[in-house]
Design a binder for this molecule. Sequence first.
Ligand SMILES: [Zn+2]
Ligand SMILES: [Zn+2]
Length: 119
Amino acid sequence: MTHYICKGGCGGSSEEMGVCETDGCANQWEMMEECNCADGKHGKAEVAEVLVVKDSNGTVLQDGDDVVLIKDLPLRGSSTVYKRGTKVTNIKLTDNADEVDCRLGGSALVLRTEFLKKV
Ligand SMILES: [Zn+2]
Ligand SMILES: [Zn+2]
């Protein structure tokens, strides 16, 4: 349904055509603009939440990065230990900022970023 919004910074909107009456608004007494949005957001782009994944040094990690382990990591449920300094190539970010997916020695692993250092 058509409505009218003020773009002077007051955030005002109205069902009827008219001027903004908000004291202090940059567009006070100016005609509000027609808007036809259905979601009440008046066309404002939603700010996408960007997940920032960082290694143990605070370096930002991205898909495809190579990292090394900074700690011996025993593989749960086996006698395998991935040694400190082991290089892990082509990591994949997950929905969790604390974890990345990777493949190591043919196994798919989830590694905690606190044990990783970007190379
Ligand atoms: Zn206004
Ligand atoms: Zn609108």
